[in-house]
Design a binder for this molecule. Sequence first.
Ligand code: NG1
Ligand code: MG
Length: 546
Amino acid sequence: MIAEQPIPVYTTLSEVFGSVEASLPHAARWNNLAEEFEKRFGRKPQYIARAPGRVNLIGEHIDYALFGVLPAAIERDILIACAPRPLPPSSPKAELEHFPGSVIAENTQSKYTRQVFAPAVKEPQEVSDNAAHVESWHLDINPKELRWESYVKAGYYGVLNYHFSTAEELPVPVDLLVTGSVPAGSGLSSSAAMVVSSTLAFLAVNGKLESNDRGRDTGPVLNKGGLVQLSMKNEKRVGVNSGGMDQAASVMSDPSSALYIAFYPSLSASAVPLPNGAVFVCANSLVVADKVIGAKRGYNLRVVETLVGARILANSLGVEVGPRDRITLREVVSKFSGEKDGEDMGPDELEKSLAVLEEKLEVLKPKQPDNGQLGVTMDEMIKMTGLSKDLFEEVYLSWVDIEATYFQLFNRVKHVFSEARRVLQFRKTCLEAAQSSTSNDTVFLESLGRLMNDSQTSCSQLYECSCPELDQLTHLAREAGAYGSRLTGAGWGGCTVSLVPENKVADFIQRIKETYPPYKGLEGDALNEVIFATKPGRGACVLKLG
Ligand code: NG1
Ligand code: MG
């Protein structure tokens, strides 16, 4: 089980990359970071934490409905060099950087300026009695403002509250330096890479990664699954109610294959070998999705639409839902199909159940469609759930900031069910290709391509998370010879992923460069930045120096 594996802590770069040869192309970047750290902070870093971005091959906007997804880590990553900061013998404590657990965070990109911050101990009365886990530390993170250090703080938050719940042991002051090669805001999950690497850096520097790091009991040591769960919670503090795909892909990937990540009945990951003869190409639309407004009218709105859709569907199917229970679509499928609690019906059964349920979604359409579309108003939606207005607001709106006049429950749920099926079909096709005795995988690749194209259509028309540029870029990709092409990640901008015959990659990139207007004139590094072939990469790790 990948989730139960320990988090890798290495002592050499060749261990990080699997061999000396494989580490060579990366050595300069890691060494430069260590040198730069020493230049800025006057001593060597003790650890470098690494977490990669990811590309989602298929399964968009279904992780928060608890359906399985199929991403792979990419080779581009975030690195954080760090070391504890010794305090002067009698520190006056007036300066922020003399506080316990204070952090000086720098970034190799100068537009991300130096930040100094320290966690505060929460007053006992601030700690709510019914919180599942008592949090005793606080860091200021403003989810309404996009700041680079918010991701660093988000990682730290969980480490503080997971490992330092009593005042007996204080976190160490830390200096850190961040560098990244995952393009920000492009759907390749630079955010999860930041949060995972920050979580790892703070665990490492506080001696919490290995049980005997400090020669005493440091609390439960996290395995990969634990790191995913902690990073998921951490990333929510930045304001997006994300599923767990990005963090899971960043932590659990392996270079030999893509990953099938399931979230129900619990988090699990299994390897999915990709057929021979094709390569995934990421291409950035160069439209940057607005994370803050986007969350209100996009991501978080979709989370609410699918949750409310799940309740209405459950009611219509006779599936029991407690008044305060925010049942997910995967749980509705489970209860409808009589799956036992905590059990997994398996992919074939799930695919069948999804096909049956896709035909039962009429109940999500408005009774009197007067707006010419399939949306319902807030009042109609509340009525459809059978909840009182107050209870509805408490359960579905109190924890999230959203904005909409019409809610497209039918279209959203239709996308989720059909996309969940496509993921299962994609996985099955990959497994069949791996077992088939033919040396020609073209037929399999064509099937995968079709599933990717259908996914794009569904994202664009039913989930409305595409944009004209992504539609255009995926269209051009198919014309340039891709088996299939779709947006990847949250959408509304960012990258596409295309499945391209291995021997046509160079031609493909050239064609896109010539035909996608925003790429005109780009050459060299600038072009490599926006369109590149990628293979599944390795998951997050820590390098222990000296
Ligand atoms: P991005 O925004 O591309 O990192 C987001 C979510 C995922 C998933 C995808 C859509 C975060 C951190 N991640 O990915 O969990 O829901 O959208 O499939 O919000
Ligand atoms: Mg993200």
